[in-house]
Design a protein around this ligand. Structure first.
Ligand code: FE2
Length: 243
């Protein structure tokens, strides 16, 4: 992704984008350094008839932060307030975010939770992971959905990486946000406290692979996206491989 593309996209989103870029040093491509902290700028990953999915990468573990925007109203939802609160706040306000959904409570996914709550955003997390957050507003419930800008995003409880892990499915589109539950090449790690390999494989099989068709796009908490079609042939080999 070249800088020109990034500039173009931010200009596309914001009538006055210069402030966003001028107070940070451009170091290469779309990686910028501000007082020693790396931020990979928000860029558009996907767009369909109803929604745009923007992503940025923040923090020492290169966490993905997603903002999903309704094309009909411009309202958005943010997934995983991982780090860099100032930066996320700026974009969240510009893209009319009200709610932040947390895929789970591991430290690398929650670094900007307090900042965004202080800025007025409401934070949602699974009950079993709530104790890992400094604070929160609402507990996610399996099957419950949030409405924003005419779009619906559903909470799907997928314990295993942590007990309170959730995936979020954008109805009407083919996007599933999986946090650290599902990546290209397999399930997330289960050797952390609260992790359980049997549980994560049950979650993947019963709650995700049995439900979603091959064209659904998997957007994980780190790294690149994939699809159920790409990953489905490997489900059995993951189970045999073990933790
Ligand atoms: Fe995690």
């Amino acid at each position: 992704m070249g800088l020109a593309t990034v500039n173009f996209y931010i200009i596309e989103l914001y009538p006055n984008p210069i402030k966003t870029l001028s107070n940070r040093d451009v170091v290469s491509s779309n990686h910028r350094v501000d007082e020693g902290v790396k931020v990979e700028a928000f860029t558009k990953l996907f767009e369909d008839g109803s929604a745009v999915v923007n992503r940025c990468v923040v923090g020492d573990l290169d966490n993905n932060v997603y903002i999903v925007t309704s094309k009909s109203t411009g309202e958005s939802i943010l997934i995983d307030a991982a780090d860099e609160g100032d930066y996320l706040e700026e974009f969240a306000k510009a893209l009319k975010v009200r709610t932040v959904l947390e895929t789970h409570g591991h430290y690398d996914h929650i670094g900007a939770v307090e900042h965004l709550r202080d800025a007025g955003f409401e934070v949602v997390v699974g009950k079993e992971d709530a104790f890992l957050l400094p604070s929160y507003d609402l507990l996610a419930a399996d099957g419950e959905a949030y409405e924003f800008g005419g779009l619906t995003i559903e909470n799907i409880s997928t314990p295993g990486h942590t007990d309170g892990s959730f995936c979020f499915y954008l109805h009407g589109s083919n996007f599933l946000f999986t946090g650290d539950t599902l990546f290209p090449g397999g399930p997330g790690a289960t050797h952390f406290p609260g992790g359980n390999f049997g549980k994560i494989m049950d979650s993947l099989t019963d709650r995700l692979f049995n439900r979603f068709s091959d064209d659904v796009i998997i957007l994980p908490g780190h790294g690149r996206y994939t699809t159920f079609g790409s990953e489905r042939p490997h489900l059995e080999e993951w189970a045999l491989r073990g933790d």
